[in-house]
Design a protein around this ligand. Structure first.
Ligand SMILES: *Cc1c(COP(=O)(O)O)cnc(C)c1O
Length: 344
């Protein structure tokens, strides 16, 4: 086995309701969409059943056409994969040579490091308080590849466009992970038209609520999109997954309604959390809220005992105890708030 594999920490997928022995566990740990699929998505999934004995058509042209109409970008600039996760891996595979400098500003998503390590990159993890990125500091590293995330997981804030441009202009390649962009209302995908070295990653797991179907896409130059398509798994997206993704794009009214509910609940939850003295929530533009917990050390376990799953956000760049709470449905958020208030 390669030595590097021993140094890689396993990706932490968090806890699942099945891990608990009682019913009514609420999942607020994985940033999923708490609302079910649209009627059209349900129907597309059911109708695709008869096709599961067949391989999906590997060019995914119909899916790319739908994505193209959604983001208003040409099909040639789109590559698809088994979740944005596979695209993170694909980008590492097409760009990183041994000992290339990869910069992963922290605190951020932990998956970037796993695939960069597998390419034997030389990785640096500059810490920016509250993920307030300083483009000049990144430029000093002379990076081959930088991973930016906006809105960032787990801090929830966006990077402003001037900073993104600054990083792109001083790096050979930049990945901008926009898995949560719909919740912020400000995508920077248009920058792909200005910069050939930018790869924007998107996902169907969050806004479109298809985490279990595994669909993601990259938007970038035709050259990079072709390269990604070459190295990803040949049939990365199942037929039902591709069909449901297309149906989701065609159910925009439904998902917009859901988004508005989540955004208004997020803002309400933030203000209610703020009133709890020992909690310090960060403002968020995503569908989750990062919260600093003062004093209370085993909060994740104590919420678990009450049937509420939140994510322990103990990662590099976050000192002290932090938890990340996914915005749920109104009644779920109320149950969480009630339990938190009683923990005082
Ligand atoms: C959830 C998430 C992804 C990707 O999810 P997929 O389910 O693989 O599409 C990518 N980046 C960040 C920051 C995420 O939180």
């Amino acid at each position: 086995m390669r030595e590097v594999v021993r140094f890689i920490n396993k990706y932490d997928p968090g806890k699942f309701p099945e891990d608990f022995s009682y019913p009514d566990v609420i999942q607020m740990g994985s940033n999923e969409n708490p609302y079910g699929p649209s009627e059209a998505v349900r129907k597309a999934y059911m109708e695709s059943l008869d096709m599961i004995a067949r391989y999906p058509k590997a060019d995914y042209h119909e899916l790319k056409e739908a994505i193209s109409s959604y983001i208003k970008f040409p099909v040639e600039c789109i590559a698809v994969g088994c979740g944005a996760s596979e695209l993170i891996q694909a980008v590492c595979n097409i760009i990183i040579e041994e000992l290339d400098r990869v910069v992963i500003p922290m605190p951020s998503y932990t998956l970037y490091a796993i695939y960069a390590m597998l390419r034997s990159a030389s990785i640096s993890f500059p810490v920016f308080e509250r993920y307030d990125i300083d483009a000049d500091r990144i430029a000093e590293e002379n990076p081959k590849l930088v991973f930016l995330c906006s809105p960032n997981n787990p801090t929830g804030n966006c990077i402003n466009e001037k900073v993104i441009r600054g990083v792109i202009e001083s790096s050979e390649y930049v990945v901008l992970d926009e898995a949560y962009t719909e919740f912020s209302g400000e995508s920077h995908v248009e920058l792909v038209k200005d910069y050939e070295n930018l790869i924007v990653l998107r996902s169907f797991s969050k806004y479109f609520g298809l985490a279990g179907m595994r669909i993601g896409y990259a938007v970038c130059s035709t050259d990079l999109a072709d390269a990604i398509e070459k190295v990803r798994l040949p049939f990365a997206i199942s037929y039902p997954a591709a069909k449901t993704a297309i149906a989701a794009i065609n159910s925009r009214d439904y998902y917009e309604t859901v988004r508005m509910k989540i955004v208004s609940e997020r803002d309400r939850l933030y203000h209610e959390l703020k009133k709890i003295e020992w909690l310090k929530p960060y403002p968020s533009e995503a569908n989750f809220i990062l919260v600093k917990v003062e004093g209370e050390k085993d909060i994740v376990e104590r919420l678990g005992e009450k049937g509420i799953i939140v994510r322990d956000a103990g990662i590099m760049g976050l000192d002290g105890t932090h938890i990340r709470i996914t915005v749920g449905r109104k009644e779920e958020n109320n149950r969480l708030l009630k339990v938190l208030r009683e923990l005082e």
